[in-house]
Design a protein around this ligand. Structure first.
Ligand code: HEM
Length: 394
């Protein structure tokens, strides 16, 4: 887990470190103050993404929005994304798709009442169902194959690629050229939207449920709020989500402890600059350990505990201005999918908590509920969350 080891190193060497991996200088940031310097004060300078072989192979020669360098081409893509594909109006237009997929999920869970349900699989299939219908107009007919392919790619994205650490090696240059792919970037944009949106949001839903299983009083409070808000309607839809203040705090707390992209996506400096009295050379790769910042007791009371109420009377938000809490990044490369992600996290949680009470499988104790993370550029709970649903009659 690079973000765990980097936190240990930061505890010894400080919140800004220089780590040389092969030929490449990496700057590792582990404090909100220095994250602010990188993504606010020097935002333009650090808006590039470093070249990497993964992006060449999986992102059609880095022609996608996530990996493309910060130039005119990226600006165009970003504009299409923020003004067209992921705008609030567009996200709103997908409401019936989300509600439809979620009620199918609730129906399937109802059919398994009293027996063990693989909630991780259920939530992931539903989220990908939404992403598929939004991106290509229908659910993939081979949903499970699609998901396992994306999961394999995400696993690879978290690996240290020797080729990226020794970019000058001739053999590697040759390999890169061999792999230069034709422009299929449109295909990749769709794939990117399905993978980026599917993995991250379903990961948050599963972590939130796992944390609430460990802290039942939190689950009960969230259920009480949802059941009260939807009492007169008798079912959950998106129209009242804005009233679910406590559920929103649960989601924020989950993003603080389990940010799906723990080191953000790497940035690269265009020119040399000074940060915290240190000279940062041009073309340094920068990693920002938001996972460690979110668990730092210097900024959070009782930092390792799951306490959604810490977000109730604060104005802390994840839109990139509070640097203690930046699970979506910040600055010009901030995630453009926040508006899209929000109902995709709120609606399934509201559904799962409104319709069901949840129990651990009989022989399992709370302490045995494993919270180990998977490996990759984006991370999720490694072991599937398997629980028993009990239909709530009230
Ligand atoms: C909980 C959900 C999500 C989280 C935590 C998340 C997190 C992130 C992070 C940390 C970055 C890099 C930001 C930076 O470098 O400062 C990013 C970039 C991006 N995300 Fe998300 N994301 C989520 C959901 C989504 C969704 C639903 C979509 C689209 C449907 C999406 C599309 C993108 C794109 C296109 C980029 C690249 C932006 C660029 O490089 O200009 N994300 N995301």
């Amino acid at each position: 887990m690079p973000h765990h080891r980097l936190r240990d190193l930061a505890a010894k060497y400080g919140p800004i470190m220089h780590l040389k991996l092969g030929e490449v200088s990496n700057i590792v940031v582990t404090s909100p103050e220095i994250a602010y310097e990188v993504m606010k004060t020097h935002d333009a300078n650090f808006a590039n993404r470093p070249e990497c072989l993964f992006a060449k192979l999986f992102a059609y020669n880095a022609t996608d929005i996530e990996f493309s360098p910060c130039g005119e081409y990226w600006r165009q893509l970003r504009k299409i994304c923020t003004m067209e594909l992921l705008s609030s109006k567009r996200v709103q237009s997908f409401r019936s798709i989300r509600e439809d997929e979620m009620s199918k999920m609730v129906k399937t869970i109802c059919e398994s009442e009293g027996s063990i349900v693989n909630l991780s699989e259920m939530v992931t299939l539903t989220t990908y169902g939404i992403m598929g219908r939004v991106a290509i107009g229908k659910r993939s007919t081979n949903q499970k194959v699609l998901i396992s392919t994306i999961e394999e790619a995400i696993l690879l994205s978290g690996e240290l690629w020797v080729t990226d650490m020794f970019p000058s090696t001739r053999m590697i240059q040759l390999m890169r050229n061999t792999y230069a792919l034709p422009d299929k970037s449109l295909l990749f944009h769709l794939q990117e939207m399905i993978a980026g949106g599917g993995e991250t949001t379903s990961s948050v839903v599963v972590w939130a449920m796992a944390e609430m299983m460990k802290k039942h009083e939190v689950m009960e409070q969230a259920q009480a709020e949802i059941r009260k808000v939807y009492a007169s309607k008798g079912y959950v839809d998106e129209s009242e989500l804005h009233q679910l203040t406590y559920l929103k705090a649960v989601i924020k707390e989950t993003l603080r402890l389990h940010p799906p992209v723990p080191l953000l996506m790497p940035r690269e400096s265009r020119e040399s600059c000074k940060i915290n009295e240190y000279e940062i050379p041009a073309k340094s790769k920068v990693m920002i350990n938001v996972w460690a910042i979110g668990r730092d007791s210097k900024y959070w009371t009782d930092a390792e505990s799951f306490k959604p109420e810490r977000f109730l009377n604060t104005s802390y938000d994840f839109r990139g201005t509070d640097f203690q809490f930046i699970p979506f990044g910040s600055g010009r490369r901030i995630c453009p999918g926040i508006a899209f992600a929000t109902p995709n996290m709120e609606l399934p949680l509201a559904q799962l908590l409104y319709h069901f009470d949840w129990k651990l499988p009989k022989e399992m104790k709370i302490e045995e509920l494993d919270m180990t993370e998977s490996i990759g550029m984006s991370i999720k709970k490694r072991d599937d969350l398997c629980l028993i649903p009990i239909i709530c009659m009230s």
